[in-house]
Design a protein around this ligand. Structure first.
Ligand SMILES: [Zn+2]
Length: 232
């Protein structure tokens, strides 16, 4: 395999990287906004579930309260019919007991009401946040879609030629290439610069330089990049 294929592959990969750089932070931003949107949505949903529960509890307490009220009224009517003090005292203490129960449920109803108001405020607040976020998200999604579609054709062509190069390159060499390109910020193949590596500037053994000049495959001992002889 000649070094030319690696040089071509490097060129394709550099072009692909330039295309991705065009998108900038947009994909990451859209991801983050999507996540925020999901969080807000589940927050609102859980508030709504709590609100539903409180509404249910409120109506339960109201029913019980009405029942206590009716019972109390009945007992009060009976007070007029009693014939002795003992009966009167018994009824009175029962009424008192009901009154305490009633007070308990009324307090409960007040706390439900407060909780309900708080939840309704929280829901409103988060729904407003969600609305704002959606506007922001839509703008960025559209931008990203547009940028993606503008580069799509070019990207596809580059990826096709990348594939064609790769099948011609030895697997072991591809392994090294991939390792070096990710470790050396996207540049794995560099030209000779005098007798030195064109990537890191390290001096190369003269024997190696002469073999590189005759087209042999060598990696810089310092940075690991493939070094080739650039013919002008
Ligand atoms: Zn080097």
């Amino acid at each position: 395999m000649s070094i030319t294929r690696l040089v071509e592959l490097q060129d394709i990969d550099s072009q692909l990287e330039d295309l991705n750089a065009l998108l900038g932070d947009l994909p990451k931003m859209v991801d983050e906004l999507n996540e925020k949107e999901d969080n807000l949505k589940s927050k609102i949903e859980s508030y709504k579930a709590s609100l539903k529960e409180i509404t249910l509890n409120t109506s339960k307490s109201e029913t019980i309260n009405t029942e206590i009220h009716e019972k109390k009224d009945k007992l009060k009517d009976q007070l007029f019919l009693v014939t002795n003090n003992k009966q009167y005292d018994a009824l009175s203490s029962e009424i008192e007991h009901l009154q305490l129960q009633q007070k308990e449920h009324e307090d409960l109803l007040i706390s439900y009401l407060e909780e309900k108001e708080n939840l309704e405020d929280d829901i409103k607040e988060n729904e407003a946040l969600l609305e704002d976020l959606k506007t922001d998200l839509n703008i960025r999604r559209n931008k990203l879609d547009q940028a993606l579609s503008e580069t799509a054709e070019e990207k596809k062509l580059l990826e096709n030629s990348r594939q064609k190069q790769i099948v011609e390159i030895d697997e072991g060499i591809m392994f090294v290439y991939n390792k070096v390109i990710s470790a050396r910020s996207g540049i794995a193949v560099v030209p000779l610069s005098g007798n030195s590596c064109g990537g890191c500037g390290a001096a190369l053994p003269l024997q190696m330089v002469s073999e590189i000049r005759s087209g042999d495959l060598h990696n810089c001992q310092s940075c690991g990049r493939f070094v080739y002889n650039k013919k002008n």
